[in-house]
Design a protein. Structure first.
Lengths: 334, 330
């Protein structure tokens, strides 16, 4: 289980001809991922989703809010004391090639963390070898083929499976997958996504899935929650299938409308929306962050910022003064 | 050669026939593109889909006569209307047709601008290298294109690469490809690394500019969704060969080659049963592991027959598969 309450993060950039500037990456993000559950964050580049993943994995600090892993509130701990807890969260990022040391065989890559683990827990040396093979089988690789090889001798899909196996060596409770299949060949993607789904079931690992490809998020966690994040603020969240079928925030609607339609197989959603303007990150609106691009913005949207709240009595949440369900996602022809 | 007859003066069609491109490696000369025959009808957008190592980028580069050593065209021709067989042109002739007649937007165009020069300076460099006399006219044309793509033209010309977003750089790449009035446009992975909204915007621009300027366009991508959005026709590559080609809607609606079928059913979708998406077993081949004889897809193929091990299937009616051809003939 992992929970975030009001996580904030601002990056300050000093110097430059324009003087100091700051970029707000996260504006008070709340989320909860139950054991074995999945939560997906979707949004444009620069929306803060990658920062959130890095904070969870302990690679980035946060300015405010609480981060609770299991039953430990990390914000109450000193930075040094947080470290072992961050080990319970492992990050899988998009490029499996740069994530693996090219001069080491897969065997050496996997054995080191396992040896350390064996030493800590008093397990015999034979455990390391058997655990290495078990982990590789778990991620769908043939140990005898993979162990003696170097990363460059494996396909992108195999490399990403090795990265997952390495993350599992420390028995994490949460995997943060940040665009984990965007660099993998199309025919191999589904295998990796299926693996993540299977790990939820077999090991009870929770998954935070970060992507701009909504369909892959649905494949990993159709039973989980979808969070739509815009400029650091969660603007809509709810059960994946509900948000896809009945999105109520215009930003979610624009994002889902932009997904290519497989003409010949699908019919486009009848209410497809396009933002009025491109994103201008330098502009900091006083009201709704999306108002400058929103086709439906009114005066109140420009002057006041809506907060995330429940849609009636449903599990769906939104941050919009005028939530309206629109059908933007393509439907299969048959 | 019906493709050539169809075309008019302003619309160049492309006829690729029997094209083989091989790279010299330690293991001998290996074909990245094998015996491809494919037409790009004048005025259409063709999507070329394939995974890494399928040879799609090598094929696209051959349209520009820009296959890099240690690669070379070992057989076949690429005939472009108004230019002739591009594989036979010398470097001097190639230089004058590149840009002027064939526009190319490179993979990762987002990073292919010179970081030390403004866009405007690079535009003037392009003009000089093509001996454009009317540089003012060139600037004017660039501004028209940039504004058409929704950019503040003056500001963009005064900008350095790092001052532009990914989507803006991609549009600048398209401007460079078209500013010398090219009518054949090749885009290699034009939307990779862009997010969904920017991608949709770029694809809309490609569609509009294609129609307005009367282009013949080839889009190279790994993403079937991109092809589905913009391309009239599509060709599917695997292991250096085109395994299926035809109208996009027809192929998506009723794919025939087992690879195309597997590729399309491996796409996760937003609606319908989640498990309708099925993984394609196996791994795509690399240059060194492409089978030299027989069908390149047989190791992953659910319809594999004995003949597939020894004889490469011929392209018949838009599909190159022994099993499909056999059943369709019955």
């Amino acid at each position: 289980m992992i929970e975030g309450r009001g996580i904030t993060k601002t990056f300050a950039s000093r110097g430059g001809v324009l003087g100091s500037q700051s970029v707000t990456a996260l504006r008070g993000v709340d989320f909860l991922i139950p054991r074995g559950g999945a939560v997906s964050f979707i949004g444009e580049s620069g929306c803060g989703k990658t920062t959130l993943g890095r904070i969870l994995a302990g690679l980035e600090t946060y300015d405010g809010g609480q981060l609770i892993v299991g039953d430990t509130d990390l914000s109450t701990l000193k930075p040094k004391a947080r470290e072992p807890h961050f080990r319970r969260v492992q990050l899988i990022h998009q490029d499996p090639y740069s994530a693996l040391n090219p001069t080491r065989t897969i065997e050496s890559t996997l054995r080191d963390p396992l040896r350390l683990r064996a030493a800590q827990t008093g397990k015999p040396a034979s455990w390391v070898a058997s655990q290495t093979e078990e982990l590789l089988s778990l991620v769908g690789l043939d140990p005898s083929y993979v162990l003696p090889r170097y990363p460059h001798q494996l396909s992108g899909g195999m490399r990403q499976r090795v990265v997952v196996a390495r993350a599992l060596t420390v028995e994490p409770e949460v995997l943060v997958a940040d665009e984990a299949v965007s660099m993998i060949d199309v025919s191999l993607r589904l295998g990796i996504l299926g693996l993540l789904r299977q790990l939820r079931e077999t090991l009870g690992v929770s998954i935070l899935f970060i992507t701009h490809d909504v369909a892959t998020a649905r494949y990993v966690g159709a039973d989980g929650e979808l969070y739509v994040i815009y400029r650091g603020q969660v603007v809509e969240r709810g059960p994946v299938e509900t948000v896809l079928a009945d999105p109520v925030h215009p930003y979610t609607q624009c994002l889902l409308s932009a997904i290519p339609v497989l003409h010949g197989l699908e019919r486009p959603g009848e209410d497809r929306l396009v933002p009025k303007e491109p994103l201008d990150e330098k502009m900091e609106p006083a009201g709704c962050l999306f108002a400058p691009r929103c086709p439906f913005a009114t005066e109140v949207c420009v002057s006041e910022r809506p907060v995330l709240g429940r849609l009636g009595g449903t599990p769906q949440h939104h941050a919009c003064f005028f939530p309206a369900s629109r059908h933007v996602v393509a439907t299969p022809l048959r | 050669m019906s493709i050539v007859e169809l075309s008019t003066e302003t619309l160049p069609g492309v006829a690729i026939s029997g094209l083989t491109i091989a790279y010299r490696t330690d293991a001998g000369e290996l074909a990245a593109v094998s015996d491809i025959t494919l037409g790009l009808p004048a005025g259409t957008i063709t999507g070329l889909v394939g995974e890494s190592g399928s040879g799609k980028s090598t094929l696209a580069l051959s349209l520009l006569g820009a296959v890099q050593k240690p690669g070379r065209v070992t057989a076949g021709s690429v005939v472009i209307d108004g230019i002739g067989d591009i594989t036979k042109l010398d470097e001097h002739a190639l230089q004058s047709v590149r840009g002027a007649q064939i526009g190319y937007v490179f993979q990762a165009a987002q990073n292919s601008l010179n970081p030390l020069k403004t866009v405007g300076k690079q535009l003037l460099d392009l003009g000089r290298s093509h001996r454009v006399k009317d540089l003012r006219g060139l600037l004017r044309e660039a501004k028209v294109l940039l504004s058409r793509m929704g950019l503040a033209a003056e500001r963009v010309l005064d900008s350095y690469q790092h001052e532009l977003s990914g989507g803006m750089r991609q549009r600048v790449g398209i401007m460079f490809a078209l500013v010398l009035n090219a009518h054949l446009l090749v885009l290699d992975e034009p939307t990779t690394a862009l997010d969904m909204i920017t991608q949709a915007n770029i694809l809309q621009i490609v569609r509009d500019v294609h129609a307005e300027r009367g282009l013949t366009t080839l889009i190279v991508t790994h993403d079937v969704g991109v092809v589905a959005e913009v391309a009239d026709r599509m060709a599917v590559m695997y292991g250096g060969r085109v395994v299926e080609h035809g109208q996009t809607m027809e192929i998506l609606g009723a794919p025939r080659h087992p690879y195309t079928r597997g590729l399309i059913s491996a796409i996760p979708r937003l609606t319908g049963p989640v498990d309708a998406a099925k993984p394609l077993p196996g791994t795509p081949p690399t240059l060194g592991t492409i089978p030299r004889t027989g069908c390149v897809f047989r190791q992953r193929c659910p319809l594999r027959m004995e003949i597939c091990d020894t004889v490469a299937p011929a392209m018949i009616g838009g599909v190159a598969c022994h099993a499909v051809n056999e059943t369709e003939q019955l």
